[in-house]
Design a binder for this molecule. Structure first.
Ligand SMILES: Cc1cc2nc3c(=O)[nH]c(=O)nc-3n(C[C@H](O)[C@H](O)[C@H](O)COP(=O)(O)OP(=O)(O)OC[C@H]3O[C@@H](n4cnc5c(N)ncnc54)[C@H](O)[C@@H]3O)c2cc1C
Length: 176
């Protein structure tokens, strides 16, 4: 069994896990993100990035670079029912930097975020690594187990946090 020592381990490289990994690694926290799939292809999902998400990208200083990727912008959604023309949504009045929804495949977005995060030496992503369970001691989560294509990963936090989510994502000192 391969034992990995990191300050923080995140299960799942979806938008939440990747952004959390990015934020923590930017703050200098050693992070390992484990993703059970081999890639980010989830083509059952929609491809819209909403103005509020774009605002977060702006706040992180990533908006300009993100918008260099191929995408389409939608600032208004209109519908026609016979002779009746309706504006169903209008993003022009939003109090955000971007007055549009971006159409971009989610895997492009996730690839972009992981590439950005990978600029930090404290960020580590392991694909094809499935978390199989938590390690608990005295009713406290102290680590997790995972199976990866390269073998089994196991780890134990030296100190834990109150909740499962925090235990998987908080910057507690070391897996051993
Ligand atoms: C049909 C559909 C369409 C959608 N369209 C849009 C849209 O157009 N725009 C939008 O903003 N949002 C959309 N959403 C919502 C959006 O996809 C979610 O809000 C978002 O994916 C949640 O991110 P997350 O990181 O919390 O979870 P997820 O995206 O579900 O990420 C979880 C990740 O964890 C991995 N994982 C799960 N279990 C394990 C394990 N045991 N070990 C390791 N890895 C694991 C999964 O493979 C996955 O990559 C849509 C959702 C659905 C279902």
């Amino acid at each position: 069994m391969d034992t990995v020592s990191v300050r923080c381990c995140i299960a799942g490289a979806g938008p939440a896990g990747v952004i959390l990994g990015l934020l923590l690694s930017r703050a200098g926290v050693e992070v390992l993100v484990l993703e059970k799939h081999a890639d980010f292809l989830r083509d059952f999902r929609g491809d819209t990035i909403h103005p509020s998400t774009l605002e977060v990208m702006y706040e992180l200083g990533l908006l300009e670079e993100l918008l260099l990727l191929p995408h389409q912008k939608v600032s208004q959604i209109n519908a026609q029912f016979g002779d009746l023309a309706l504006t169903v949504a209008d993003f022009n009045h939003l109090q955000t930097r971007c007055h549009f929804v971006v159409l971009m495949p989610q895997w492009d977005f996730l690839n972009f975020l992981t590439l950005e995060a990978a600029r930090y030496p404290t960020f580590h992503l392991r694909m094809q690594a499935e978390v199989t369970g938590l390690i608990e001691e005295k009713e406290r989560v102290v680590g997790l187990n995972a199976i990866s294509s390269g073998g089994t990963i196991g780890g134990t936090y030296k100190s834990g946090c109150g909740s499962r989510w925090m235990a998987l994502s908080c910057p507690d000192p070391g897996l051993t």
